[in-house]
Design a protein around this ligand. Sequence first.
Ligand code: S3P
Length: 444
Amino acid sequence: MLTLNRLSHPLRGEISVPGDKSISHRSIMFSALANGSSEITGFLEGADCLATIDCFQKLGVQIDHSYRPVNGVPTITVHGKGLHGLTAPNAPLYTGNSGTTTRLIAGVLAAQPFSCDLTGDTSIETRPMKRIIKPLTAMGGDITSVMENDCCPLHINGQKLHGIVYHDPVASAQVKSCILLAGLYASGDTVVYEPALSRNHTEIMLRAYGADIHNSIDVSGGAAAILHPGTPLQGLRINVPGDISSAAYFIAAALMVPDSEVLIHNVGINKTRAGILCVLKQMGADITVLNEDNSFEPRADLLVRYSHLHGGANGKFEIVGKTIPTLIDELPVIAVLAATADCETIIRDAAELKVKESNRITAICENLRKMGCDIEPTDDGMVIHGGNPLHGAEIDTHLDHRIAMSFAVASMVAEGSTRIKDEKCVDISYPGFFRDLQNLTKLN
Ligand code: S3P
């Protein structure tokens, strides 16, 4: 249990957050499937991404993971085996807490000339896998949920696959990426339609590795990813930008604590991820985007100053529809900000929150309520009546890293002290989080 106290002075200083989790996972996976070596810098050494490294090592890929410095910069070298070079693991693959590892690797395994078992921790064993079993089966895959509950453990018996046109009912980058990875091995094209464009790192990165893949957006805002297989992947040098999902905690802290000013360096601002910036600016946040670099995955420095957040003329602010996939992982910390904002915030179309590392609708509402916030859960989101002063409470993280970090931020403006249970779960995506938070508060 970690005890945190209200901050009595502004946050001032500069920080760089660790590498983007989604891009780090993909950099290992795509490098493993490429011909030749890849060098990765800025990689996130969180538990989730280490699980991806471990799985590909068990599939016979040599990954120099000692973080060897190349020209003084810590670098991971992946010795790619090409699309057809993986070998059968001699034990089940264990993905820990990582939904991204589980769902993406399943797409690769579905097409291998061997079978294997895939499982993770107790959270992974409750997360829905039917969403990948269904399209992979339609491609000719043979995937069984061992407990017959459409969850992990999965037994994947590799098959020859054929391309499909798949209409995904939810905008999920994990499902889309799983299908596209299987599509690399399939005969014929694979097309994935989604109701709104989810994070498109797979499309951007696979193209950089040499795949024939692109996105198209239709007039109604629906999106498609189109893959034409047959081109081998080639090793690359990749520099992973900082994770906007991790930057979000410092953005929120700087906006909430009076007189704060924080400069966050090298944050990934891919449009499919940067919804938090648009939404907060509409609520009156003072965020300046500096030194934008649009090569490969876009990135920039963010200068954030304390701001009075508010709603529209009717005192309300809505976060709904196609915006949701662009900030889905930031909703816990956005909810914390909304609790202190001078408006009623309505979050809708976010039922996916229920099937993340924890049921985040429950976890956010239960913990914010304990801190004195007037908040109601709904079936696909929540309504937050902002403006009540927050007070310290005992926070149940549900072992969910994003709940732990969001409520550490809430503690900075809460009267008295806040106790965060199982705070170590932040290691999933941000092992140095509490150290970085403390350093930033000490810099005054
Ligand atoms: C991710 C996609 C999102 C996100 C997760 C990472 C990815 O999940 O919530 O943290 O790297 O593809 P869904 O695909 O389930 O929306």
